[in-house]
Every structure is written in structure tokens, then in C-alpha cells.
Design a protein around this ligand. Structure first.
Ligand code: HEM
Length: 413
């Protein structure tokens, strides 16, 4: 390991392939790193947690934050994909954040999520059986994406609009093409153009769904949000489609890769897979270890809302800080043997779902999906085979996962 520390660059091929050696360098030698791209990068658990939770760090001026990646003349809101991002509540500070979050948080309460378990189990079985019967090869597109998407469709009541696997694939693709706007860099002209076109597609798609729910209310989250639009809380039409697209995307992109990354890890660590086969009660801690060891969301941003200091380093008002959650999850100051993949219960929780006022509203749902998936996989297809050597990563820093992962489920028992 050489002593020079390269400036953080989310396009660096070595970083995309395996970010952890670089994270360890930052953790040990440059915990408050200045990237030549114009922002701070923190990696230690204690610092990343503080940046995410402390009220002195927030979202700040959205337009300035995006212009930082381009230049001062870049017309951020002229791009539908960035205009959408500017309204997503994860990008807002209170009081807007509080109002919008409270509208969806009720639908994702622990009680409601627990009540969804039988349906989630049914969907896991149905999609595993379909994968096995149709002899699919790519577990990412043919299971990991479809399973959480179906759960979000259920929650939003989208059965008529997204009735076939082809409809779902189109929606999955549209989210995958628009979510690069969350990335920590300027997008290429082609990437931004695609994101803009796919955002228009998503807005049209969801506007159709809202129209239908206005005419025919149902017992689903979409109807509740459409009705909130008419009530005192008064969601604007843009806020309505923004929130639903945000929920829909957040609900599957990260969860799909949590499942994909977990399967990849079982392919790489057969002894851990054997452990779970012998002790199914370890499913919950196995999911927690997928989230810690190979987090499907690597990082999140904050802006300093006042002049601050982190370990003596001055951070000026308006400067941005990237908190690398995946590096914090490998910080030896916080976790024993952080580079060992071990599905046994750990005392310390990973930082994968963030913290503070933006703590992931879907964390319990994602955990439940992961656990139910493992229960059903191990009980129905105990001989599954994962070919991790042939897996292909997506070329993205922020949402870490695979685009191709060959899995054979074998026979149903
Ligand atoms: C493995 C799966 C998931 C991971 C790793 C994940 C990660 C995160 C993280 C780190 C944040 C905080 C971002 C920040 O502080 O800047 C967040 C927020 C959020 N997540 Fe998740 N998430 C997952 C699943 C889900 C699911 C299933 C849903 C919805 C059903 C969801 C909806 C949201 C929403 C709406 C927010 C914004 C919360 C706010 O700003 O108050 N997430 N997620």
C-alpha cells in the first residue's frame, strides 16, 4: 500500500471493482479527506454517523450542490431528472421534509410491515418457483429486481398498471436509468439525457395511476396520498408524483442489490451458507451482515449549514460532505474483524440505513424482505448454486450491486 492517497473519484475503476482497500487507506490515514471534485469525504463510523445525524449538517441549497459537479451556469432545474430530485424529501430540510416524510411514514409503520409478511412470503415463493421453472440464469434481473418491485406494487396498489413481468422490467429499467442523478458526480450528456427521458416516462406512468385512484379509491398507499392531496396537508401534484416515484425506486433498487450482494457473498463463502442451512434462525443476522459487509447504498451527502469542525478540520458553511456508510461499516474502531464476512449476530449495527431525521423509512421492510427471502430459498431450494466468479458488477459507485449473477436454484424440495 503506497502512502499517497488518491483524491476520491467515484469513476475510478479500481474503486468500483473493490472499494474497501481505498476505504481502509482513508480510514487510517485521511479520515477527513478533501476530494479534488470539491467536497469532503468522511469514512470513520463516528464521523459518518455525526454528519448524518447532527442538525448542523443538512441538505442546504440543492441547486448549488448540483452545480458543484458541473459549473455555475448549469441549469439544474431545466432537467426533469434533477427537478424531480430537488423535490424528493430525502433532499429536503425541515419543515418540508417533516411534512412529506410523515405522509409516507405511517404506511411503513412496524405494525403495517409485520402485517405484510404473509404476502411477502407468497411473493418470494411465487418468484423463486417461476425463476426455477422457467430456467432463468441471471438472478438479478429475474428475481432480485422483480421480488421487491412486486412488494412495492402491492403497497402502492399498481396491479393493473404493472400487470406483466415486462411492465415491471420497464419500470425497473426506468428507475435504474434515472437514479444515477443521486451519484456523487456530473453525469455524461448521454446519461443525463436518458435520465430525463425516463423521468418523463415515470411521471406519465404514475400520473395515470393517480387519475385512476381519484376515480376509484382503493385501500392502498396511492389512494391515501391522492386523498392527502385534497386535504389540509395539501400535497402539490408534483410532490405527489415525486414521493411515489421516490418510494417506488427506493423500495426496490437498494433492496434488490441487498439480495443480489447476499447471494454473491454466499457463493464466495460456502461455509457461511452451510452455517445458515444448519441454523435457519440466523437469517436475520445474515441479512444484517449483507447490509454491513457489502452495503447496496455506499454513501450519502450532507451540506454544512453553519461553520463546523470535525476533529479540528474546519468545514465552512455550504461545503458538502460525503459520508461513506460502507467504509464506516468496515471501521475497525467500531466492528471486530470488520473484513470478515460472518453471519453470526454482531453487537454493533451497521450504518447502512443512515440515521437522524432521514433514517430510512423502509429499513424494517427491507430487513423483512431479506429474512423471508432467505427462509424461502433455504427451505425450498437448499441445493442452489451461485457462480460468483462469473458475476458482473454494475459500473456505479453509489448503488453497489451486480448487473449479472448466475444462479441455478436446482430442484424444489
Ligand atoms: C437495503 C435496502 C435499503 C437501504 C440500504 C436503504 C438506505 C437508506 C439510507 C442510507 C437512507 C438515508 C439517506 C440519508 O440520510 O441521506 C434512506 C432513506 C430513505 N429510504 Fe431507504 N434504504 C433501503 C430500503 C428502502 C425501502 C424498502 C424503502 C421504501 C419502501 C426506502 C425508502 C426510503 C425513503 C423514502 C428514504 C428517505 C427518508 C427521509 O429522507 O426521511 N428505503 N434509505
Amino acid at each position: 500500500m503506497s502512502d499517497t492517497i488518491q483524491s476520491f473519484n467515484p469513476l475510478d475503476q479500481a474503486l468500483l471493482q473493490n472499494p474497501y482497500p481505498y476505504f481502509h487507506k482513508l480510514l487510517e490515514k485521511d479520515p477527513i479527506h478533501w476530494s479534488e471534485l470539491g467536497f469532503w469525504v468522511v469514512t470513520r463510523y463516528e464521523d459518518a454517523r455525526r454528519v448524518v445525524i447532527d442538525k448542523h449538517f443538512g441538505q442546504g441549497d440543492f441547486i448549488r450542490n448540483i452545480q458543484l459537479f458541473y459549473d455555475d451556469d448549469f441549469d439544474v432545474l431545466a432537467h426533469p431528472a434533477y427537478a424531480w430530485l430537488s423535490r424528493v424529501f430525502v433532499m429536503q430540510d425541515p419543515p418540508d421534509h417533516t411534512r412529506l416524510r410523515s405522509l409516507v411514514a405511517g404506511a411503513l409503520s412496524l405494525k403495517r410491515i409485520r402485517a405484510m409478511e404473509p404476502r411477502i412470503r407468497e411473493l418470494a415463493r411465487e418468484h423463486l418457483d417461476r425463476y426455477a421453472q422457467e430456467g432463468h440464469e441471471n438472478f438479478i434481473t429475474e428475481f432480485a429486481y422483480l421480488f421487491p418491485t412486486m412488494i412495492m406494487c402491492d403497497m402502492l396498489g399498481m396491479h393493473d398498471q404493472a400487470a406483466t413481468p415486462d411492465d415491471l422490467r420497464k419500470l425497473n429499467q426506468a428507475i435504474a436509468d434515472t437514479f444515477p442523478v443521486f451519484e456523487t458526480r456530473a453525469l455524461s450528456v448521454e446519461e443525463l439525457d436518458l435520465a430525463d427521458r425516463q423521468m418523463k416516462f415515470l411521471i406519465d406512468f404514475f400520473d395515470g395511476l393517480f387519475e385512476q385512484r381519484r376515480r376509484e379509491p382503493a385501500d392502498d398507499l396511492t389512494t391515501a396520498l391522492v386523498q392527502a392531496q385534497e386535504g389540509e396537508d395539501s400535497l402539490s401534484p408534483e410532490e405527489l408524483s415525486t414521493s411515489v416515484i421516490g418510494l417506488f425506486g427506493a423500495g426496490f433498487e437498494t433492496t434488490a442489490h441487498m439480495i443480489g450482494n447476499g447471494m454473491y457473498l454466499f457463493g464466495k463463502h460456502p461455509e457461511q451458507r452451510e452455517r445458515l442451512a444448519k441454523a435457519p434462525s440466523l437469517a436475520a443476522s445474515a441479512v444484517e451482515e449483507f447490509l454491513r459487509y457489502e452495503s447496496s447504498l455506499q454513501a450519502t451527502y450532507r451540506t454544512a449549514l453553519v461553520d463546523e469542525e470535525i476533529h479540528g478540520q474546519r468545514i465552512k458553511t455550504g461545503e458538502r460532505i460525503l459520508a461513506i456508510l460502507a467504509a464506516a461499516n468496515r471501521d475497525p474502531r467500531h466492528f471486530d474483524n470488520p473484513d470478515r464476512f460472518d453471519i453470526g449476530p454482531r453487537e454493533q449495527k451497521p450504518l447502512t440505513f443512515g440515521g437522524g431525521i432521514h433514517y430510512c423509512v423502509g429499513a424494517e421492510l427491507a430487513r423483512l424482505e431479506g429474512r423471508v427471502f432467505l427462509d424461502e430459498l433455504f427451505s425450498r431450494y437448499p441445493d442452489f448454486q451461485v457462480d460468483s466468479e462469473r458475476a458482473r458488477l454494475r459500473p456505479a459507485f453509489l448503488f453497489r450491486g451486480f448487473e449479472y449473477l448466475p444462479v441455478e436454484l436446482g430442484d424444489l424440495v
